[in-house]
Design a binder for this molecule. Structure first.
Ligand code: PHE
Length: 507
């Protein structure tokens, strides 16, 4: 019957269903048709996992309460707009001065097509638009490799693909591959290399119009002037530009990618509305989770007072490093599993410019410039093209680079980011800047991590206690998934906890 319904468009087809093992959202009918009553659930943490648990359980009428320590929901899904402020663990206070319509997605900022994040956008009515993850016109710049000027992705690709193709063609010609390939295979390989590397009938690379033009082709009389001074193969390999090409092959980073129109926090905002504001308490700092013979008691601080909340069940959706410092009676196995989750660092700075010089002067409309500088990546906005202002992500770095920037004052971070960016983009990177806002997740209170690494993955034995309930307490979060550092991981982990809890309640 399901297959027939799938064919009629009334249910997901088997093919669509195979993308995620059997999530069936709880429904009101699950209780009304069985005569059972819905349970009460306290959800600790109002990030994507916590909100999703409340949202999905709410579909069947569970009485959910979400406790969130920060003053807003969304967790690491944080979009910074003019007027938003933050304080980091060092006490640095910032208030964003971005203009109308300008924003920085300080946390998640790109969504691959296969992730369930897009299903939630559809279900919640959050409009999406293309996020440009790779752009042939963006730059590559490896200062440590001796590059003195940035090179466009398209130019670097033409040169690397060209020389690699030439070398492989030469090896083939010299018989180096005769034991691996038949004569016919060799012909087909050469045919591929001729087009892949643009190496012509002579099978040698001497530049290509793919590198780009110094003067663009236009009307009759203007055939264009190709970029000259083709580097040698040795120079191309020494520059290290080829190291960036595999990024876009990744299952989770390949174009097309998407973003919500207006900022990533449209997702938690929609979830928050769907759950109901009255079910969510912000500024509620959980101090203790005690599992009891019949339910759970959660103790928290709010408005300077200590309060308790009793519920039938609890979904613990805090980052594991924070949960590890929260009192509980869930046992040594849970505690050592939480402590085995290693928090990572990542930071971003949003640089707001008074004009979109990257579009007008560099013809860059979205995408990412890759570097070996300590800023790592520079992102150009994928929206608002041809508008007046725009916010560039001036660094998106991780690990020691992120921590080094975090230790500076916000204005020190800006100065360092700009000094690096000028090397790639020239003086406008400094002169057109109007404001900035930097954010570092390892240094953000109540989160203190950008994401986590779990040795051996979430199914390694040490994490067993987190993948099943302890008494009435369930765990959820992107860290308990194979898509950590993605909202998809938080959504699917929350669904898994919801299914387990709901199945038990119905049993
Ligand atoms: N999801 C984050 C991002 O796309 C972090 C991440 C980076 C995760 C690269 C996996 C791979 O930036």
């Amino acid at each position: 019957m399901l297959a027939t319904m799938g064919a009629l468009g009334l249910a997901p087809t088997a093919e669509a269903a195979s993308r995620e093992p059997v999530f069936r959202a709880p429904r009101t009918g699950d209780f009304t048709l069985t005569g059972r009553g819905a349970a009460s659930v306290v959800i600790v943490g109002g990030g994507i996992a916590g909100l999703t648990a409340a949202y999905e359980l709410g579909k069947a009428g569970y009485d959910c309460t979400v406790l969130e320590a920060r003053d807003r929901t969304g967790g690491r899904n944080f979009t910074v707009r003019g007027g938003d402020s933050s304080v980091d663990v060092y006490g640095n206070r910032q208030t964003a001065r971005f203009g109308d319509g300008q924003y920085l997605n300080a946390g998640p900022a790109r969504i691959p097509q296969w992730m369930v994040t897009l299903d939630y956008c559809r279900e919640l009515g959050v409009p999406i638009e293309v996020f440009t993850n790779t752009n042939a016109n963006a730059y590559l710049f490896n200062e440590k490799a001796g590059m003195t000027a940035p090179v466009r992705y398209r130019t670097a690709k033409a040169d690397v693909y060209g020389y690699v193709s030439e070398l492989l063609a030469k090896a083939t010609g010299k018989g180096a591959l005769d034991t691996e390939l038949t004569a016919e295979d060799r012909e087909r390989l050469l045919e591929f290399l001729r087009s892949f590397g643009d190496i012509g009938a002579e099978l040698s690379y001497g530049g290509s119009e793919r590198r780009g033009y110094r003067v663009d082709p236009a009307a009759a009389g203007t055939p264009g002037v190709e970029l000259g001074s083709v580097p040698t193969a040795s120079e191309v390999f020494a520059s290290g530009v080829g190291r960036y090409f595999s990024f876009e092959f990744g299952y989770d980073q390949a174009m097309l990618m998407f973003q919500p129109v207006g900022g990533m926090d449209r997702i938690p905002a929609a979830l928050t509305r769907a759950v109901g504001e009255r079910r969510i308490q912000t500024g509620a700092v959980v101090r203790d989770i005690t599992d009891k013979a019949r339910g759970v008691t959660v103790t928290y601080r709010s408005d300077g007072r200590t309060r308790t909340l009793d519920a039938d069940y609890c979904v613990a959706a805090l980052p594991p490093n924070i949960l590890a410092t929260t009192a509980h009676n869930l046992g040594a196995g849970v505690q050592s599993a939480l402590e085995a989750c290693t928090p990572s660092s990542a930071g971003k700075i949003g640089l707001e410019y008074r004009n979109r010089w990257w579009e007008t002067d560099h013809r860059i409309y979205g995408g990412i410039t890759e570097t070996d500088l300590d800023l790592a990546h520079v992102w150009y906005p994928s929206h608002g093209h041809h508008g007046r202002r725009g916010v560039i992500v001036g660094y998106y770095n991780t690990g020691a680079q992120a921590d080094a920037y975090a230790r500076l004052t916000p204005s020190g971070r800006e100065a360092r980011a700009v000094a690096q960016g000028v090397k790639i983009h020239g003086e406008k990177y400094r002169s057109e800047l109007v404001s900035s806002f930097s954010h570092h997740w390892r240094q953000t209170p109540y989160l203190e991590a950008s994401w986590h690494s779990l040795a051996g993955g979430p199914d390694a034995p040490v994490f067993d206690p987190l993948n099943k309930p302890t008494g009435h307490v369930y765990f959820a979060g992107d860290y308990l998934s194979y898509a950590d550092a993605w909202q998809h991981g938080a959504f699917t982990s929350a669904r898994r906890a919801v299914m387990a809890l709901h199945t038990r309640v119905l049993a």
